[in-house]
Design a protein around this ligand. Structure first.
Ligand code: YXS
Length: 259
């Protein structure tokens, strides 16, 4: 059974996450289906992609499937991690991806939405970045996604508190493009997509890639990179990291000791 639904209409590709049983958790299986859909859309020269959950979803996505996070000792968000891979695919796709958000967005799904080119959300949508709640040392390119979408203060509030932030606040902060009532959001996104479809796909694809390169242009010396990797290794080899994952699986509040 597929965990997503796809559709193409008038040069617009639509991917609907429909694994509500696991709250659209970003499992390797679900992510590979999304990646296959993106590849098919590219092959069929769609001009815009809309990434959404089912109408009325209470949870857009619960984030990384915790069961697929390593228990300890390994980087939970290394280059090969499916979430990292699909975010690179979205950033590299030569057409705009619109995130149409209803419901709660959790953990790495926040980054997935922020990596999209535009975000349209309902007033009820919320965004909760949870690495600190689980003891996960988010990775460098992932943190850059947050820093590209938000100011450092807002990125830190999201990441350090792990508390849900409402779409209306993110709209004021310029992170969410538009907040639109649930009964109007589908038509709104389709209208925005049509506005893009009518423009030059070549100009748009080249501007999207230029903006990606410019946004990622961060001076980072090899020494700084190695220091970052060493710092992250301390975290994902810590007792706190093991405790975060174990507490989630045991459905209890974690007790962190800073070691
Ligand atoms: O018990 P069953 O088998 O029915 O499964 C339950 C949940 O265990 C499962 N589920 C998940 N399984 C693995 N990974 C997840 N992230 C995940 N989220 C949910 O889905 C079934 C229904 O969940 P339930 O009963 O809790 O649904 P609910 O409607 O009462 O609550 C919905 C949520 C989203 C508020 C709740 O499921 C929740 O708090 N989920 C975890 C959200 C979260 O902390 N995500 C971060 C994952 S780690 C990640 O994304 C990055 C590594 S990081 O942390 O660094 O950002």
């Amino acid at each position: 059974m597929s965990l997503i639904h796809t559709d193409i209409a008038d040069d617009v590709g639509i991917i609907t996450l429909c694994h509500q049983a696991k709250r659209n958790a970003l499992s390797e299986t679900l992510i590979k289906e999304v990646q296959a859909a993106l590849g098919a859309f590219k092959a069929q020269s769609v001009r815009v992609v809309i990434l959404r959950a089912e109408p009325g979803a209470k949870v857009w996505s619960a984030g990384h499937l915790v069961d697929e996070l390593p228990e300890s000792g390994y980087d939970p968000l290394g280059w090969q991690d499916p979430l990292r891979s699909v975010i690179r695919d979205i950033e590299a796709l030569p057409v705009p991806v619109i995130a149409m958000v209803e419901g709660g967005v959790w953990g790495g799904a926040c980054e997935l939405v922020f990596a999209c080119d535009m975000i349209i959300a309902t007033p009820e949508a919320t965004f909760a970045a949870t690495p600190a709640k689980l003891g996960v040392p988010y990775n460098v390119s992932g943190l850059l996604t947050f820093l590209t979408a938000a100011t450092p203060h807002i990125a830190k509030e999201l990441l350090f508190t792990g508390r849900p932030m409402r779409a209306s606040r993110l709209e004021i902060l310029g992170i969410v493009n538009h907040v639109v009532p649930a009964d109007k959001i589908e038509a709104f996104c389709q209208d925005m997509a049509r506005g893009i479809v009518d423009n030059s796909p070549l100009a748009i694809s080249v501007m999207k890639e230029q903006l990606r390169i410019l946004g990622a242009a961060q001076p980072l010396s090899p020494q700084d990179f190695e220091r970052i990797q060493g710092l992250r290794r301390v975290v994902y080899r810590s007792a706190d990291y093991r405790e975060g994952i174990r507490a989630f699986k045991e459905k209890r509040k974690p007790v962190y000791r800073g070691e």
